[in-house]
Design a protein around this ligand. Structure first.
Ligand code: PLP
Ligand code: ZN
Length: 407
């Protein structure tokens, strides 16, 4: 049994039963899962969570799932104290949340695990999604485990490694001639016609709830303490808002002291509608046409942009952008200081963190967590310049000559 009670409109408060629906019929604003927090508070304790499964399902009481989980092992990824990187950036208490280590190599496994469980509860036999790559892989992997059909839609220019990363699970893979926002529009039409569970359309409220577990884990792994600052990548802005919700829920349930975490959005400069609005002091998100090699977070018209902006402001946090070159430098810096190979979205986080630390927006002694949400090996082509081997003949003399070693 879960403590979820309804879907509620984030704008007008209209409530709906827990069903496959993501927008309010009256004002077209996003719906969000609400819970009976009083009952939840009686059931949830630190000890109960700590004694739970070694996966995201240790937070099951805070999720809207009634049925058996579709569990491919998502969550409980390492929170690593990043002293080497911290030294480079001038941060004494820096941590990396390494969500590259999820089964399909990104944080999306958290969100999909919840969405697909709900799809099954709703009696749907087919799931689908619009994706910049990572969601497609995760949806297809979970569909394989759940023995469901999957249709995944991606922009035609998605990286080859991301295509293989989805295709290996044998979904119907649809490559759309257009960017992510075009893919999303097509999927909205498809969703109206076919009775499928669209992970980021009619199942979006449940998908969103799964993302919260990233925030819960950070707090639990810090010893039930919310950090002072979190730097998070944003595409649609959903993850960012749900990290905020996770912290609020933990404090509301008495699992932590009141939370004062400052939340910072990071985006690539070529696709930064949320960060740009923050930096311009605007209340409105102006859609952009993405132009960046950081494809996984290249969403020009972010569905949760407005709410992400609000979370950044209300938390006393902020926003930042980096160029593609700075993002790649961020990927290298993280790999070469901490041994963690992230995709370019992780480079964006590190690049933005570097700027925030240099400007002392994030202070040296702040407990700071950088969320690294996707792994590097599937998008290697952007890093081909790092490969500069020393070529030698298979003998010691050749090696020593090449290394300049004097015998
Ligand atoms: C690696 C990675 N990080 C972060 C995000 C951001 O997700 P959201 O749409 O919730 O902002 C994505 C989205 O695709 C992603 O692939
Ligand atoms: Zn409404």
């Amino acid at each position: 049994m879960s403590f979820a009670t309804a879907l509620r409109c984030r704008k007008c408060g209209q409530e709906y039963p827990l069903q496959p629906q993501s927008l309010c019929n009256f004002c077209l604003s996003p719906l969000e899962v609400t819970y009976d927090y009083q009952a939840m508070a009686k059931a949830v304790t630190r000890d109960k969570i700590a004694g739970g499964p070694r996966s995201m399902w240790r937070y099951r009481d805070l999720l809207p799932v009634e049925s058996e989980a579709v569990d491919i092992g998502a969550g409980l990824t390492p929170l690593v104290k990043a002293d080497n990187l911290g030294r480079e950036l001038g941060l004494d208490q820096l941590y990396i949340k390494n969500d590259c280590l999820n089964p399909s190599y990104s944080f999306k496994d958290r969100a999909v695990a919840v969405a697909i469980a709900k799809a099954r509860e709703f009696g749907l036999d087919t799931i689908a999604c619009a994706s910049t790559g990572n969601l497609a892989a995760s949806a297809a992997a979970h569909a394989a485990k759940a023995d469901m059909k999957a249709y995944v839609f991606v922009p035609a220019d998605v990286e080859p490694g991301k295509l293989i990363g989805a295709a290996i699970y044998k979904p119907v893979l649809v490559s759309v001639n257009g960017n992510y926002d075009d893919v999303n529009r097509l999927c909205a039409e498809v969703a109206r016609r076919y009775k499928w569970g669209f992970i980021n359309i009619n199942l979006r409220p449940y998908y969103a709830e799964g993302s919260k577990t990233l925030g819960y884990e950070v707090v639990e792994q810090l010893g039930w303490r919310a950090p002072d600052c979190i730097v998070c990548p944003a595409a649609s802005g959903l993850l960012f808002t749900r990290v905020g919700k996770a912290l609020d829920e933990f404090s509301m349930l008495g699992l932590t002291d009141p939370v004062n975490t400052r939340l910072f959005v990071s985006q690539a400069a070529g696709s930064a509608p949320i960060a740009n609005a923050f930096l311009a002091g605007s209340q409105h998100i102006h859609p952009v046409k993405p132009d960046t090699l950081v494809r996984s977070i290249a969403i020009g018209n972010p569905a949760d942009g407005y709410y992400a902006l609000r979370v950044a402001r209300q938390s006393g946090g902020g926003a930042g952008t980096v160029t593609d070159e700075e993002a790649i430098a961020g990927v290298k810096l993280l790999a070469q200081t901490e041994g963690i190979f992230a995709e370019a979205a992780g480079g964006v986080v590190i690049g933005v963190l570097k700027k925030l630390a240099a400007a002392e927006v994030i202070k040296r002694d702040a407990v700071t967590v950088a969320l690294i949400t996707g792994a590097g090996p599937r998008t290697q082509e952007i890093l081909s310049s790092v490969v500069q081997p020393i070529t030698v003949q298979p003998n010691l003399q050749s090696l020593e000559e090449a290394l300049g070693v004097v015998a």
